[in-house]
Design a protein around this ligand. Structure first.
Ligand SMILES: C[S@@+](CC[C@H](N)C(=O)[O-])C[C@H]1O[C@@H](n2cnc3c(N)ncnc32)[C@H](O)[C@@H]1O
Length: 334
């Protein structure tokens, strides 16, 4: 599903990220008659068309702009969001730990803003298949528009199912037919039973959760089913470095926490993992514990309906721009 034109000289329809005076960034979609107007002057898109990626061009005011095609991580960090996204550092780990391979059949829920979907689509490749579930129609709209904007079209091997994973998964995929399942949602334990039915023996379920309480609950649920291997969990902290001359040191600031990953593999029908034969259950949960995982208790901030409608409009405008650009010359779409 990679964008159709990820390299070579800039062409009409390409998205280009421009870094101009004072490091201000602009993202444009190239058109024959397009112009970027700022108070520093006018930059005609024709100055870029035919130039190699990484070129520096000058606008009518003599100001220089560095032009690069946005990388997936650039796009994801700046695209419209309905729900919180999976950051690129975690998306990379999800692909690695869940072992998402070219040609695989992958299920994800919820699709949210489509950030993780973009990484999963790249990882499954042209011959793989991604089925994304989302229970909120507006979030699905944002995700569809974001994917279409980045890829340039809606990938043929991607399906978005609107509805709850628990209700929809059993009819959307055949039993024991899915290679990998990735859950990014508040209560992944509610979905583990249907996921177990959908996964092939040896398949991987991976959950991305924000809090330690969610991590604990989903670990115990997976263990309690007896249908999976012992779960593994980790978190990834990425610390940037400042590297300039003799000033070589870690950045002063970093994103210290995003989420935890926990994953396990589906056992063959009837198999009991050796470690589960030895393990006595150490924990269980009652109704009062469940209160700890309500959206408010785990600090999940809900987007307002008004804000969400705005994000849907933004995402759909960007996708419309990408669609028009793919069709040929049209009005400027900065
Ligand atoms: C944090 S967001 C996902 C973000 C997404 N992974 C991304 O990278 O853009 C969580 C999403 O899961 C959806 N969701 C929660 N429970 C669900 C369920 N049982 N079935 C389908 N979607 C669900 C929510 O509506 C929300 O959009």
């Amino acid at each position: 599903m990679t964008p159709e034109r990820p390299s070579g000289p800039f062409r009409v329809g390409d998205r280009v990220q421009l870094t101009g005076p004072k490091n201000r960034m602009h993202t444009i979609t190239l058109r024959e008659d397009g112009e970027l107007h700022t108070h520093h002057g006018v930059l005609r898109h024709t100055a870029l068309i035919g130039q190699p990626d990484g070129s520096v061009v000058t606008n009518s005011g003599g100001h220089e702009y560095l032009a690069l095609r946005p990388l997936l991580r650039d796009f994801v960090m700046s695209m419209p969001r309905g729900a919180a996204i999976v950051y690129p550092k975690d998306a990379a780990q999800i692909v690695a730990q869940a072992d998402v391979f070219p040609g695989s059949v992958v299920v994800e829920a919820g699709v949210g803003s489509g950030a993780l979907a973009l990484s999963l689509l790249r990882a499954v490749g042209e011959n793989g298949r991604l089925v994304s579930f989302e229970r909120r129609e507006e979030f699905a709209d944002v995700a569809r528009a974001n994917v279409e904007t980045f890829v340039g079209h809606v990938p043929h091997n991607w399906e978005v199912v609107v509805g709850d994973l628990v209700a929809e998964l059993p009819t959307a995929v055949a039993p024991a037919s899915v290679d990998r399942v990735v859950l990014d949602m508040l209560a992944p334990w509610e979905c583990i039973d249907v996921v177990a039915d959908a996964l092939q023996p040896g398949g991987v379920v991976l959950c991305y959760v924000a809090t330690a309480t969610q991590l604990s609950r989903v670990a115990e649920y997976i263990r309690g089913t007896g249908l999976f291997t012992e779960p593994d969990a980790n978190e990834t902290m990425v610390r940037g470095w400042h590297v300039e001359g003799l000033a070589v040191r870690p950045d002063h600031r970093m994103v210290a926490h995003t989420g935890f990953l926990i994953w396990a593999r589906r056992l063959a029908p009837g198999a009991v993992a050796p470690e589960q034969k030895r393990r006595a259950s150490k924990s269980s949960y009652g109704d009062e514990d469940v209160e700890l995982w309500t959206p408010g208790a785990v600090g999940d901030r809900q987007i307002t309906d008004k804000n969400l409608r705005k994000r849907v409009r933004e995402a759909e405008r960007a996708a419309e721009g990408a669609r028009l650009a793919a069709q040929g010359p049209a009005e400027d779409g900065i």
